[in-house]
Design a protein around this ligand. Structure first.
Ligand SMILES: O=P(O)(O)OC[C@H]1O[C@H](OP(=O)(O)OP(=O)(O)O)[C@H](O)[C@@H]1O
Ligand SMILES: NC(=O)CC[C@H](N)C(=O)O
Ligand SMILES: [Mg+2]
Length: 510
């Protein structure tokens, strides 16, 4: 669930890099592993800065001053394919045809056949294990088919149509054609989010932004914005002070199914995605969860409701209100530790939970506590949390999850290939409670979760992580291939540099 961002400024004499860098801070929660910016400057030249780390570490002031141009794209990466190596930081770039740079949020599920096709049929060299590099090359090869000196919007839309035909999975992308345009597109099911917005300047020019979440658009004053539709693309000309952006429904909407997990965990609560306020869905999740709990447990058994910060706060608050129980911040969050779930390895995740969350004994001692989290995935957080609650003197520890039990892979955005790593894999609720050592576990039902999020226009969501049925299906051998790449990366962990950290993509430390 990476974050993508693109900006084209109407005033061509301005530089866009500082605003891109600032915008990335609003999307940091979507990916903490790598960050990158590519800008397009005079003469259509691309300037790039990317590498492992958080946005504030990668985008130093010195590096930003090297990024010329009034148009650019940015990416925050949480790896879901390939490895977490520097070489897979985005945006990706190909020089032919015309010079293209692309940043991708999502996951392709037919990478095996795409790789084969690129190699055997169109002879394109792929230099990493990233699915995003495949996506870019597919688009490039489709564009190349026009065999023209210069392309126009129609050619670009046509190439995207070809790409839609070939690439299966979830994708929301921003890209640039050197010296020509900024563009964005969204997969035919709208699994991953992407919004378009405009800002009017005092001199009458307009600036345009594409972003994964509405929070960036709002914060940067792009007040007129909307979600791109599934299968829709937009081309924003480089000279956007003179020419208007062009939208096109490139392929028909297959189904409109935003990923339900955006509302549970991925997105910031102050974002509105596909017209649905993340904050309000989380309030609803708390209410429904409480209603569900009282059917299974005498509320007199609960003394206090305690959230697992950060994401579950809103949901836990509404849960406490509905249960008519006190809400207490029993865990204090160290804001200097990032999201633990999206950290690259389990050892780091476990130690981070303790570094990140510290219990306040007074809120646990001698009490029956109901701990509320948004989800239980690997169980890393919940196991540690329950232990901390008991160490702090809690009598009974109940654990509630705003999402249903997760027993399947999330193939469009969570870095999990081995379902055995999921704490609920082949376990009943009672067995999950035993595994995380709590007295009882409560899960939201899928039906209720959907009810919390649906609107009049959107009543279906991508829910494969809960059901194992994915809207795009999965190519045979895909999950095994992901597993193979992962095992190889682990094997090469001692010598990552040689294997995957390919110096061709260095982020020079100048
Ligand atoms: O069962 P697990 O594998 O531990 O995953 C689930 C936990 O991970 C996430 O928290 P995270 O620390 O990533 O982010 P947050 O601070 O936004 O809640 C999520 O909110 C759950 O607390
Ligand atoms: N989380 C994402 O959207 C990741 C994008 C892409 N699959 C990668 O691994 O880089
Ligand atoms: Mg959490």
């Amino acid at each position: 669930m990476c974050g993508v961002l693109g900006i084209a400024l109407g005033d061509q004499t301005k530089v866009v890099a500082p605003e891109l860098s600032d915008g990335c801070l609003f999307l940091q929660h979507r990916g903490q592993d790598a960050a990158g910016i590519t800008t397009c400057g005079p003469g259509g030249r691309f300037y790039q800065c990317k590498g492992n780390g958080m946005a504030r570490d990668v985008f130093t002031e010195r590096r930003l001053t090297g990024l010329a141009g009034a148009m650019g794209i940015a990416h925050l990466r949480y790896p879901t394919a390939g490895s977490s190596a520097n070489s897979e930081a985005q945006p990706f770039y190909v020089n032919s045809p015309y010079g293209i740079s692309l940043a991708h949020n999502g996951n392709l599920v037919n990478t095996l056949s795409l790789k084969r096709y690129l190699d055997e049929d169109v002879h394109r060299h792929i230099n990493t294990d990233s699915d995003s590099e495949l996506l870019l090359n597919i688009f490039a090869s489709e564009l190349e088919k026009h065999n023209k000196y210069r392309v126009n919007n129609e050619d670009v839309f046509h190439a995207l149509e070809g790409m839609y035909r070939l690439c299966r999975g979830g994708y929301a992308c921003v890209g640039m054609l050197a010296g020509f345009a900024l563009f964005g597109f969204r997969d035919p099911n709208g699994i991953r989010p992407l919004l378009f917005g405009e800002r009017e300047n005092s001199d009458g020019t307009k600036d345009y932004m594409l972003a994964s979440e509405s929070v960036v658009l709002k914060a940067h004053n792009f007040t007129k914005f909307r979600d791109l539709k599934p299968g829709e693309a937009v081309i924003i000309p480089k000279n956007c002070d003179k020419e208007e952006p062009e939208f096109k429904q490139v392929v028909p909407i297959n189904s409109y199914r935003p990923d339900l997990f955006e509302y549970v965990y991925f997105a910031r609560q102050d974002s509105v995605l596909d017209g649905i306020s993340v904050y309000h869905t989380r309030l609803q999740m708390g209410k429904k969860l409480a209603e569900n709990i009282v059917e299974k447990l005498d509320p007199n058994e609960i003394d206090v409701v305690i959230p697992v910060p950060d994401t579950a706060r809103t949901c836990a608050l509404q849960c406490a209100i509905t249960l008519n129980k006190p809400y207490r911040e029993g865990f204090v969050k160290n804001t200097y530790v990032g999201r633990t779930f999206i950290m690259p390895n389990q050892r780091e995740r476990i130690s981070s939970v303790r570094r990140k969350l510290n219990p306040m004994e007074s809120e646990f001692k001698g009490k029956n506590v109901l701990i509320v989290d948004d989800s239980i995935v690997r169980g890393t957080t919940s196991k540690e949390i329950v232990t901390m609650a008991r160490e702090s003197g809690a009598l009974k520890v109940y654990f509630a999850s705003a999402a249903p039990a997760i027993r399947y892979n999330h193939i469009y955005g969570i870095d999990l290939t081995d379902t055995k790593n999921l704490i609920a894999y082949q376990k009943t609720d009672t067995e999950v409670a035993e595994a995380i050592k709590c007295d009882q576990v409560f899960y939201q039902s899928l039906e209720d979760l959907i009810d919390c999020c649906k609107t009049e226009t959107i009543d279906k969501f991508e829910v494969g992580v809960f059901t194992g049925n994915y809207v795009t299906g999965v190519e045979d051998g895909y999950l095994q291939e992901l597993e193979r790449v992962r095992a190889e990366n682990k094997k090469n962990a001692e010598d990552v540099k040689a294997a995957v950290d390919i110096g061709l993509y260095n982020c020079a430390d100048y």
